[in-house]
Design a protein around this ligand. Sequence first.
Ligand code: MRU
Length: 343
Amino acid sequence: MLPPVLYWNNDQLYILDQRALPGEVLYLECSSAEDVAVAIETLAVRGAPAIGIAAAYGVVLASRGGRKSALAASMRLGRTRPTAVNLFWALRRMEEKMESFLDRTLYKDLMKEANTIYADDLACNMAMGRAGAALLPEKCTVLTHCNAGALATVGHGTALGVIRSAREAGKDVKVFACETRPLLQGARLTVWELMQDGFDVTLLCDSMAGSLLKKGVIDAVIVGADRIAANGDTANKIGTYSLAVLAKHHGVPFYVAAPVSTIDPALPSGDDIPIEERRPEEILRLPGGGMLPDEYAVWNPAFDVTESGLITAIITEMGVLQPPYGPAVSACLERRRFEWSIV
Ligand code: MRU
């Protein structure tokens, strides 16, 4: 059984500290929006959907100080990480509620909205899982990168949700997981998460993916996403682009699984997606302890962009989007707007 990524208890938000995994299951006690912002910045909580949900509860914590404090918290939380659009999507939802609610019910009403965002994420992942599972053969081996699992969401996961749903549908799925340098989300989180659920999972270094694909043992590559532009270009953990190029070269389907909230229709292409650059120490710190010389020049982008031409399909809770992605994305968003207008 996986521990919850976050939970609310006694007027505080508890966040699973993913930096301690797989060694220890520890929770950070967050009593302010600032605590939540720091948890997001330091990757205690990470993964596009999970940071949006954590931020929504950060706004709830701040709303005890009134509307001004909630709005200031939303702005602070919006400065934590620039790439995952789910963060801004969740904060916008919270801010819209702030405009419409009375001061005396602000806390209760924002809590209700945060709980809805939480519940929607789980429902989306289940729907996405079902849609994506249909794409996988009855017996297959898939390659994944970073952690787009239950630990990056509030349950089931996006890319790993597809794998879970495929198994629930009776398919025999084996997984290879790239370690995901520099912070090892694949090694520390994906392998651990899948082992907790009894999957057959094998770890490899990022640089080994080409040889693995060349052997012909991989039936599909499945990854998550942090932001998808209107033309389908997709930002995800650094290293995803190389996998997409390799998959194309070896004729292996390359799938992106993400909720519709990861689509940013305001950006025409992936060139416009802001890419977070993180501190050099994340690369200079050696896995076994010790540091490389700090005068080393380091380039440490946390994400890269895979152009849509390398993506076989984008799996969402609204179904599977196929190329050409421009029209597929706008039709999907139009359908979503229509569904919301009749709710
Ligand atoms: O830096 P991280 O660990 O937040 O990066 C996470 C990823 O890149 C995931 O693949 C992405 O957020 C999708 S999670 C469902």
